[in-house]
Structures are given as structure tokens and as C-alpha cells.
Design a protein around this ligand. Structure first.
Ligand SMILES: [Zn+2]
Length: 385
């Protein structure tokens, strides 16, 4: 059974595809990126339009030539029109990328809050979106007993799919008057059915994971079926288990998600802590890891980064090569690789994320509580070589 909440959000396959396209998007005439937080308490239109107006203030305060200001005003009016067309708030936050000359007009409603920010640049501001995708990754809750199972997949804060499985396990009372005679064979029969039931659960998990990778698994149910499931889970899936809980099998889906969301976040924070520890230990021995902006950006320029770790932080300025050869938080003028002039950027972390993704490195945005453990600059990398 598929719940009717399936597909209310932009589906993940499209989401990742979209980010892939936007990573390499560039328009000389500029594009306006807007992240608009919608406080449900202020969800009356006046509330979020006021939020939008406050987002324009720092943009309009920037020094720019007449032409650029005209371009900015044009995109601001496009986004304002879009927001005014909403009959109701489309989500807890909305991400928009608009460029008239580029024919770009993307509106993504999200089911969780994001900080309001607007930027007008030649490239889209993607870091907050990628961080959100990281934070609200796909996880699956397996609720089961010996006879039934519910598999609930949650992505970007909303239920993506819910599958119900019924096993054909014979209820105990069916044994009736023959109980004494049949019991040994019946017990074996029941065991066999439990094994089949678990096989079906695992097969469904595989199917989900193949089409839409599951980042973590949370198991819920009585000890016997859950420990049997844990024994039978293939290694790749067993590694994803972050918690085991006891929830009522009939608990309504929104309540399940509310209860489990916090567990998933804790699991994520534990993973983050392990990564930070691996990185700081290796960096101390100068063993395939670096800490701090300068060495991280240098490694990134050389395509040596395997995993970029970032803590939430205020934007910091830097320069980058338009071709992606070189980044620095310092003030170099020309690219050491292609000798072209370097571009100024108000947000070197955004450039770093873009550089990482274009060299097939992974990017991990650390959970709020863990960021501080990654040194004072809040950035580091595990290296390929
Ligand atoms: Zn260059």
C-alpha cells in the first residue's frame, strides 16, 4: 500500500539530478538565489512577504553598477510576483533560483525550515540546499512482528513511501484440539514462516535501497523477530541500522516519524563524531587528512579531497579560479594553473562545496552539536592521497 503522501515533495532522484545540473550552472548576467523561511505562525502572506523584503535589504545595500542593479531589480520583481501568487504557504521554507536571461525559474518547497538568505551572483547558492539534503537524508523505519511489517521511507522530512506486508503465518489458535500431536511440526512450520516473512522484508528493503539509497535504518518490534531480522540482514543494510526501538505496530505514521526523527538525528551525530575523530587524529599525524581552510582548499585545488567536512559557519570571503583550478581564503590575484585572474567570492565555503562535488569528492555537513569539534575554522578534509 502506498500512502497518499507519496510524491508531495520533489522526488529525490530529481532533487539530486537538479543539484547536479545547478552545480555547473553559470550565467554572466546573474541569477537570484533565495531561501525563504516560512514561520507557520506568520504564514499569512504579510508575514512571509515581510521576510522577503528583509532578505532584499543586504542585497540592495551592496555596491554595484547601474546595469547590475537593474538586473537585480528585475529578478527581485520576478520572485516577488511568484510569492504573491501563492494562495497558501507551500511549505516550511521555499528555495528559488531565478534568472530571466538564463531562462531559469526553479521553485522548491521544502517541509522543514531553512534560514532566509538571498544572493545575486553568476552561480546559484547551493550550499544550504546540499546541507539540507545531507541533514534530511533518506531513512527507513522497519516496524514488524511475526505476522506483519510496515516499511516507512522518510526523505527530506516527509514520508516518501509506506509499504505494508502481511505474512501468512498461521495464528497460534489454529492448532486447536490437535495441538498436542501437531505441536513439534507446527513449531517448525512457524519458524519457517517467520524466516520467509523476514526474507520478504529484506527483499523489500533491497528494492527500496536500489532505487533510492537508504542512509539509515531504524528497527522496531518485539525481540524475537527483530533479532532474527538483524541476523539475516545483509551486511550492507546491517551497517545502516542506527537504532532499535519499540513502537506500537498500529501507531499512526506521523507519530512514528516524529518519534523516529530524533533517533535518526542522533545516529547522524554519532556518525559525524566518528568522522571528525578520524579526521582530527589523521590530521595530527599528517596522514591523509587536513584541518583548516588553507590546507583544505589547497588539497581541493589539487583534486586530492575524498571527503570534505564542514561545520555551519558565517560566510567568509576568498578567491577562486573560474575553471575550478584553485581556491584560497587568502588574496592571490591569478590562478597558479591557468594564470587567469581569480574571482572574488563572498562565500568560500560555497566555492569549496562546488569544487568538491566537481571532483567527485563527498561533502558532509556536520550536525550542529558536532561542528565545534572540528577545530576553530570548522573545515577539514580526508584525502585520497
Ligand atoms: Zn585556473
Amino acid at each position: 500500500m502506498h500512502t497518499d503522501t507519496h510524491g508531495t515533495l520533489l522526488e529525490d532522484a530529481r532533487f539530486e539530478e537538479l543539484i547536479g545540473r545547478l552545480i555547473s550552472y553559470h550565467n554572466n548576467e546573474g541569477l537570484l538565489s533565495v531561501y525563504l523561511n516560512i514561520d507557520p505562525a506568520l504564514a499569512a502572506r504579510e508575514g512571509y512577504e515581510a521576510e522577503l523584503i528583509s532578505a532584499w535589504k543586504p542585497l540592495k545595500a551592496q555596491k554595484m553598477d547601474q546595469w547590475t542593479r537593474g538586473r537585480l531589480e528585475y529578478e527581485i520583481s520576478g520572485i516577488t510576483e511568484e510569492v504573491q501568487s501563492w494562495r497558501e504557504a507551500p511549505g516550511r521554507s521555499v528555495v528559488m533560483f531565478f534568472s530571466g536571461p538564463g531562462g531559469l525559474r526553479i521553485v522548491l518547497p521544502l517541509h522543514f525550515p531553512m534560514s532566509t538568505v538571498a544572493r545575486f551572483d553568476q552561480r546559484p547558492l547551493l550550499r544550504p540546499l546540499i546541507a539540507a539534503l545531507d541533514e534530511h537524508h533518506r531513512y527507513c523505519i522497519v516496524m514488524m512482528d511475526k505476522a506483519q511489517a510496515r516499511l516507512i521511507t522518510v526523505m527530506m522530512g516527509s514520508v516518501e513511501e509506506e509499504v505494508h506486508l502481511e505474512s501468512d503465518v498461521l495464528p497460534r489458535t489454529d492448532v486447536g484440539g490437535w495441538g498436542g500431536y501437531l505441536q513439534p511440526r507446527y513449531a517448525r512450520h512457524r519458524e519457517h514462516h517467520l524466516t520467509e516473512h523476514i526474507h520478504r522484508v529484506i527483499e523489500h528493503l533491497w528494492t527500496i535501497d536500489r532505487s533510492r539509497p537508504i542512509h539509515s535504518l531504524i528497527l522496531s518490534g518485539p525481540d524475537e523477530p527483530i533479532s532474527a531480522l538483524r541476523r539475516m540482514l545483509p551486511k550492507a543494510l546491517a551497517r545502516s541500522v542506527v537504532a532499535t526501538v519499540h513502537l506500537d505496530l498500529d501507531l499512526p505514521t506521523p507519530d512514528v516519524v516524529r518519534r523516529v526523527d530524533a533517533l535518526d538525528a542522533e545516529g547522524r551525530a554519532r556518525e559525524d563524531r566518528a568522522l571528525v575523530e578520524e579526521l582530527t587524529t589523521s590530521a595530527a599525524k599528517a596522514d591523509h587528512a587536513v584541518l583548516g581552510w588553507d590546507p583544505t582548499l589547497e588539497a581541493l585545488s589539487e583534486g586530492r579531497v575524498h571527503l570534505l567536512l564542514l561545520a555551519a559557519q558565517e560566510p567568509r570571503t576568498g578567491v577562486q579560479c573560474a575553471q575550478g583550478h584553485y581556491f584560497t581564503a587568502g588574496d592571490a590575484r591569478t590562478c597558479p594553473v591557468c594564470a587567469e585572474p581569480l574571482w572574488h567570492t563572498d562565500d568560500i565555503a560555497e566555492a569549496a562545496v562546488r569544487g568538491a562535488l566537481s571532483t567527485d569528492a563527498q561533502v558532509r555537513f556536520l550536525s550542529p552539536g558536532v561542528g565545534a569539534e572540528l577545530g576553530s575554522e570548522g573545515v577539514g578534509a580526508i584525502l585520497r592521497w
